[in-house]
Design a binder for this molecule. Structure first.
Ligand SMILES: [Zn+2]
Length: 401
């Protein structure tokens, strides 16, 4: 059984790569048991998983800073013999795996001994968190880590954004800025989820919150079914630092174009089209600037018409609509949509309310605005010197709330 031996060697070598693994002795015991109990093919799987892991070059120790002794002993007895478990597997060992996942804080669904989609997702989350190759298959390494005393539970949820927690949409504007340190949970690269045939992501590094990107894809698939194609996303998540940079660029361009303007005046002018850092919706990772590739106008395109008529149904709102400028504080932006979830979006659409109005009207008074929000601050009011100034003509390329 040469292949099996090689496989076992690979598995053991991989285990040796866990110097801080308190469950190592047990892991070795399990690896030995596995080598006797199972055939070459299973061991190859394990070896394959090891090599995948090795390629990442990551050590699980970087994440494992658990205090020794801080972890309560597991109440779940690991199965006596190793068996590769994956979607479709059934049995007591699957149930043990589910119970252990649950014990650690993952959600595999009801521990029914059936390895379904929920269990697979929970295994993936566990693998990701424990620096294993996240394929959703519980091979040797995964099970070794799972039953190890220092197995890592899910990350404490990052500051989650409103709708993702099933709450009221988070309000972000000049009055309620987001804290500088706010980073939304579950940011993904848009290019990972968006087929370029459906929407062009203008800057490939653009990130956004997964749920919002998924809703965007669903919406644009519906648009395509209606014959509306050729979309582009020019902006989504924007960090505090990126917002600061954008504002400074805009202030400087006003100063350059208008001799004699004070910095304060240039700043006030800039703030009409660029959000104050922390006040940008883009900080939430739930807003997208959507337009048509190759054109700077968006209003008047069939894409814009479709978007404004249909986005609500997919959980999006046109965040800075016409006629609400005094309330939102922003010049209308036809291209800027914000994900709030279908229920809220539909209500806002039915009653023609912008987010500020909607929350003022419906959010229970005792509920504080969601999120990491300091006390309201006075928005910058345009000074008398700005009166009579014509609004700059804007396109999605230069404006951004
Ligand atoms: Zn925008």
């Amino acid at each position: 059984m040469r292949k099996g031996t090689a496989g076992m060697l690979a598995a053991c070598l991989a285990l040796a790569a866990f110097p801080g693994n308190n469950g190592r002795a047990e892991s070795e015991r399990q690896a030995e048991a596995a080598a006797y109990a199972f055939g070459a093919s299973l061991m190859e799987e394990a070896a394959e998983e090891s090599s995948l892991f090795d390629e990442t070059g990551e050590s699980p120790d970087s994440a494992a800073e658990t205090e020794p002794g801080a972890v309560p002993a597991s109440a779940v007895t690991p199965p006596e013999a190793f068996r590769l478990l994956q979607k479709g597997s059934k049995g007591d060992d699957v149930r043990a795996l589910q119970l252990r996942l649950q014990e650690l804080g993952y959600d595999p669904g009801t521990p029914d001994g059936i390895y379904g989609s929920g269990t697979k997702e929970a295994v993936k989350a566990f693998q990701k968190r424990n620096s294993l190759s996240a394929d959703g298959i519980a091979g040797q390494q995964t099970q070794d880590r799972l039953y190890a005393a220092d197995a890592l539970g899910p990350m404490a949820p990052a500051e989650s954004t409103d709708v993702l927690a099933g709450e009221w949409p988070m309000l972000t504007n000049l009055e309620y800025p987001v804290g500088e340190g706010f980073v939304p949970a579950d940011l993904v690269l848009m290019t990972e989820l968006c087929d370029p045939g459906l929407i062009k992501i203008k800057y490939p590094e653009t990130q956004a919150v997964r749920t919002a990107v998924e809703a965007l894809v669903t919406m644009l698939e519906a648009a395509r079914a209606d014959g509306i194609t050729k979309w582009q996303c020019s902006a989504a998540y924007r960090s505090y630092a990126a917002q600061e940079k954008l504002l400074n660029n805009r202030i400087n361009s006003y100063l350059k174009r208008n001799e004699g303007w004070s910095r304060g005046r240039a700043r006030r002018a800039a703030l009409r089209t660029v959000a104050e850092p922390g006040a940008s919706e883009h900080h939430l990772g739930l807003a997208f600037d959507v337009n048509v590739p190759g054109t700077s106008a968006f209003i008047g395109t069939k894409q814009c018409t479709w978007l404004h008529a249909n986005c609500w149904e997919y959980g999006f709102i046109v965040r800075y609509p016409e006629g609400k400028q005094d309330i939102t504080g922003f010049t209308p932006e036809a291209w800027h949509i914000r994900y709030v979830g279908r229920e809220h979006a539909m209500k806002m659409w039915e009653e023609d309310l912008c987010l500020e109005e909607y929350l003022a009207q419906y959010q229970p008074a005792e509920a504080e605005p969601a999120g990491d929000q300091p006390a309201p601050k006075e928005p910058d009011q345009p000074g008398a010197e700005d009166e009579g100034e014509t609004e700059p003509e804007m396109t999605w390329e230069e404006a951004d709330g």
